[in-house]
Design a protein around this ligand. Sequence first.
Ligand code: AGP
Length: 608
Amino acid sequence: MCGIVGAIAARPVAEILLEGLRRLEYRGYDSAGMAVWDGEQINRLRRAGKVQALADALAQHPLDGQLGIAHTRWATHGKPTENNAHPHMSGERLAVVHNGIIENFESLKRDLQAQGYEFSSDTDTEVIAHLLDSAVEAGDNILEAVRKTVARLDGAFALGVMHQDYPGELITARKGSPLVIGVGIGENFIGSDPLALLQVTDRFIYLEEGDVARLKRLGIEIWNATGESVERPVLQFQHGSGSVDKGEYKHYMLKEIYEQPKVVHAAMEGRLGKDSVLEQAFGAGAGEIFDQVKQVQIVACGTSYHAGLVAKYWIEDLAGIPCMVEVASEFRYRRVVLPPGTLFISISQSGETADTLAALREIRDRVLASLTICNVPGSSLVRESDLCLMTNAGPEIGVASTKAFTTQLVALLQTTLVLGRRHGLKPETEARIVEELKQLPGLLERVLGLDPAIEKMSEAFAEKHHALFLGRGTLNPVAMEGALKLKEISYIHAEAYAAGELKHGPLALVDKDMPVVTVAPRNEMLDKLKANLQEVRARGGELFVFAGSSQAVEPEEGVQVLELPPVPGILEPIVYTVPLQLLSYHVAVLKGTDVDQPRNLAKSVTVE
Ligand code: AGP
């Protein structure tokens, strides 16, 4: 969850590295640092705090040179202090940046201390620096030293390494953490993701698990996990919808919320025929695989898990196929029983989430096939799954997922339809849903028009410490997503419940200080939901209802109702998500929190 960037060029690299760190800041932002070779020695600058603190320091103490590595950190081992910030050095001659976790660092540290190495940080990374130094001291060149060192590391890593005695080389290695090589003309780069390097190149090599690479200004050599020299393809970066700057918006999150009409359209483009979903979009051989599916197992984390929970309703209802959904961090560590014919679906914005990736690796030999619903082309999940359906949301920078979720739902609905077709879903039902999907961008535009009213509503939350979110059916996972958004960016404690569960416990929490947010479209569950809302009112709870009709839930003292346009039932979870995103956003702005980079979180969770 840290960000790595590195460069070897014929021009000064500090500005390139700094811009890379700014673009990677979504991955971690509690401290940052840079090391640059100036022709004689490695100079290093580190600061606690955001990348801006490092930028300010660089303005005072510029780092000049044509070889450098840099890092923005999300603390795992040791507090976010300057001492713990990367790059870490062993003596003066060697610097390393690392993303990931070294699980056996304590025993390695003991060995190194016994050899006389002194540690100046609390990080796991520092062992890598000293292991490298110890190998170089024993006579290895820096490439061999990296090879030997990574062989001793348990856990996950992406590394950037430079050594004073090898000023023409930037060494990199990855296992379990993402890393790309940016291919330039007369210069080459490394980055945790392509976004970090788009200012200098749009051609990338995605390293495979266990790869080690040596970058020189004019060449790139790669060796695989067994040490064989290998060629990896150079891929042209496909620019998705949306750009990586904030434009007119105050925050990335707001921009990304407003992009949703456009990106849900991108998630359908080229995939919808006149009255059916085109299954070629899933990859070669998809049809034969879908024919054999008997059960679906969805695995994901956080927001993506919530998308999976919505898909369960759709897949069981429309395709009649049993569907299980589980968070990846549990799934990967238990004995799971999967009947023959299981289609494994991973859902992930980044395609690099450590638990989701580990779940795929754990299970892929035991399932019919794996499909990933993912937003980042070339990411590990995309490369390692049999089939993929890209969500086409474009870069999502705000740590709180918004457009990634709604586009995942579009992709999952398309998946449901191609599966359903083979399991008795009537062609006319598919045709109707395809027609309804085409209305989605327009519906989202109309909901965004409610933003001023939602902003007004948010005022009631600014002083609150808790909130309850209720929904039923496919709106239950939407309530969960609404609660996650609120807690993530406003730090208000929020819980979500299936409304029918209220009287089985959470009702005890309800009083005037517990606002209750409800998503209440006009559907067959509305009367049941209204009864649940009465239970809240009777206990003095204040209600905030996003409703399909103001007649369905009457506004009164203590009951604020915001009416949404009529929505086809199947699209309700997608459309009703948007007001909850806006509500959280405005509450966070009122509370003055860091909306795009909330405390303690990082965008891409590439460590366990
Ligand atoms: C969402 O707002 C979160 N920041 C988080 O829950 C996220 O959805 C989760 O970490 C999964 O990430 P992924 O979609 O990239 O796999």
